[in-house]
Design a protein around this ligand. Sequence first.
Ligand code: CTP
Length: 409
Amino acid sequence: MQETDFLQQIPKPCFLTVQLVQHWGGQAFLVGGLVRDWLLGNRSRLDSRPDWDLAVDLRGTGYTLTQLLQKLSQENNGRYVSHQQFLTGTVTLPNLRIDISHTRNERYPEPAVLPRVKPDGIEADLLRRDFTVNALAVTLTGDKPGTVIDPTGGGADLEARLIRIIHPNSFIDDPTRIFRAIRFAARLNFAIESGTLFLLRTAVREGYLRRLTPERVLYELRCVCAEATAFKILEAALKEGVLAGCFEWSKPKFLQAELDKLSRAGISGELLFMYLLSRLPVDSSFPISRAEQQVRLAIRDFRRTANRLRRAKRRSTVYQLLMRLPAPALEILAALNTGVIKRRLKLYLAEVSKIQPELTAAELLAAGVKPGPKLGKMLKKLLWAKLDRQVKTREDEMVLINRIRGRSG
Ligand code: CTP
């Protein structure tokens, strides 16, 4: 590795952090995925990273992590959050987020709960991590900044392209690592090392995923959907029974075929996440937003609307059937359906939903229509007529309005 290159790429606020820690007599390190990606030669990822991971060791200096976070945010016009019980914190600056943790060891009082942590040195900090390739650090302080610390053979596993856990209880202590192993393997195009795969399958079979809180399951699903290789990850996760391990749920037969259709349609990660919500038994204990819940229900309960949509003869009927469904649900449904249903969903999204009468409410009022429910009805009739091409021009619209007014007296 070109250490000096590496150090040159560190954003200025990170350098200031390092200087301050050095001045206080502590140590600072780059850690986590950043080091992994750099060693893999993935420069673009490093350059464009909006978040940086630092670990600091302030033991014996008389300073705390919170003091460091405070000072950094003050000096750089930023904000900070400190999670004292986990010894972690974040400084948010205009174009950069720096996650800073104190080097620590961790102990899991029972499987799948958050760990208890205690300050410790960098080696212990690396040994508590998920995979060898994520347990690499680069020194930023001391005599030889730029030195790689690799106590678990992460460098060799990067070369061999393997995801390997560091200790046999890893998936039991933290079953989110089951998602993470599959996610990193697909993202990096690595294999899961055979002993690790055996332990992953054992942890799934023994039901450890069911112990995760709904928040943590959703967080992992969001991370999966945000990946460029999300469909590949989901396929592997389904094959390993990961989703069936998290929920009271067995995989519907049609699921993989639906995922293939969504993949071919190139839908976004956010839409993919909402689709998954619609197929999983996500009850009220799962913290999803109102908008996500609305999309979820619209997809789940689409069958009746689909039957009516199939029979719809007019564009105004298509409009009325679909107007209350959220746009993300319509996009997902358009990708999932075929034939006439697909065509009508697409027609609605591309054309019908955008059509407006030329005349506005203000113009109708100016033409003497009284405000109130009648005005609303007239506007609707105008829209239906426009959708069904019964009126084309402004003049046609005015003729229609006058006809309705004449009729209703
Ligand atoms: N980590 C862990 N166990 C977890 C989550 C995280 O050991 N369940 C450690 C890993 O060392 C990981 C680091 O915390 O590298 C940071 O986690 P995260 O930001 O989720 O992952 P990155 O490896 O930085 O990956 P990304 O490129 O997605 O940011």
